[in-house]
Write a protein of this length. Structure first.
Length: 119
């Protein structure tokens, strides 16, 4: 079995003055690393929030597109119905015009007949 090496707290402290700046620099790097890790965590959280927002927006877009398709379909049906009604209205109008014309001719003939009978 290998002999255990015990390190006393006095041995973990810097032995020379040249080691002090290195430890201070190491501590600064450690703090900077912690700051970067926190920023990374916040960045990942923002990214996840943005993904969720994008998903919600995508879903709203899908619903809007489906609604647009339904509206276009309904509009097409209404346009077809309007054309049918316009054709029907025009046919009825033409029929009434023909009836009116025939009635005017009968009235003129009746007027001519009554004038010639009274003479």
């Amino acid at each position: 079995m290998a002999p255990a090496i015990a390190i006393s707290p006095a041995q973990t402290k810097p032995q020379h003055r040249s080691e002090l700046p290195a430890l201070a620099e190491l501590e600064v790097l450690h703090k900077r690393n912690e700051e970067l890790e926190k920023e990374l965590k916040r960045s990942l959280e923002r990214e996840e929030n943005m993904k969720q927002e994008l998903q919600r927006t995508w879903e709203r877009l899908r619903v809007a597109e489906e609604a647009e398709e339904r509206l276009c379909s309904q509009l097409g049906e209404f346009e077809a119905e309007a054309v049918d009604q316009a054709r029907s209205y025009r046919a009825r109008l033409m029929s009434l015009m023909e009836q009116l014309s025939a009635a005017q001719k009968l009235l003129q003939q009746a007027t001519i007949n009554s004038v010639s009978s009274s003479q």
